[in-house]
Design a protein around this ligand. Structure first.
Ligand SMILES: [Zn+2]
Ligand SMILES: [Zn+2]
Length: 180
């Protein structure tokens, strides 16, 4: 899987463009749609999915413009749907769902805490963690839908999933590799 990181919005959210074969998924189109579209134009592929790791505006802010340009379905965890502002998902996600991209799959890991419907996307040797896990910290739990106890449970769960050598692509900040 090819991964491209586009930094968007003044909050420097990471929008990731994942590509396998000619299939593309855009994860967390938080803003600056022209930047995302510009990067997409350089890739020879078709956008199959637009996925948000959670409902926050800095992760879905460019959704409308992006959808108008690429007309791909928008996916988000069902627990975050009530918090979305004027956005209706085409499909909702739940723990264990698999999203096929080219010959590869992304597995949905439900990691509530930052929001009720926060997800991580697990691929072969990498994981996108949204605002659940950053390199040196984890996501805040004081926004609507946040829950500190659930966050601790989710971080414990991630400890079992994160193996040495795996690359973590967080919702903000630089990607990093899990050391042994
Ligand atoms: Zn967030
Ligand atoms: Zn964020």
């Amino acid at each position: 899987m090819e991964l491209h990181r586009v930094t968007v919005t003044p909050l420097k959210s990471n929008c990731y463009i994942l590509k396998s074969g000619t299939d593309i998924a855009v994860v967390d189109p938080g803003g600056d749609p022209e930047k995302i579209l510009e990067r997409l134009a350089k890739l020879d592929g078709q956008v199959k999915f637009i996925i948000a790791t959670h409902y926050h505006f800095d992760h879905v802010g460019a959704l409308k413009e992006l959808k108008e340009s690429v007309s791909a379905p928008f996916l988000i965890h069902k627990n975050d749907v009530p918090f979305l502002d004027n956005i209706i998902p085409d499909q909702t996600l739940t723990e264990g769902d698999e999203i096929s991209l080219g010959e590869e799959t992304l597995q949905v890991i439900h990691t509530p805490g930052h929001t009720a419907g926060s997800i991580c996307l697990l691929g072969d040797g990498f994981i996108l963690t949204g605002d659940t896990l950053f390199q040196f910290s984890y996501g805040r739990t004081d926004y609507p839908g946040g829950d500190d106890f659930q966050m601790q449970q989710s971080l414990k769960r991630l400890q079992d999933i994160l193996v040495p050598g795996m690359t973590v692509y967080p919702g903000h900040g630089l990607p990093f590799v899990i050391k042994s």
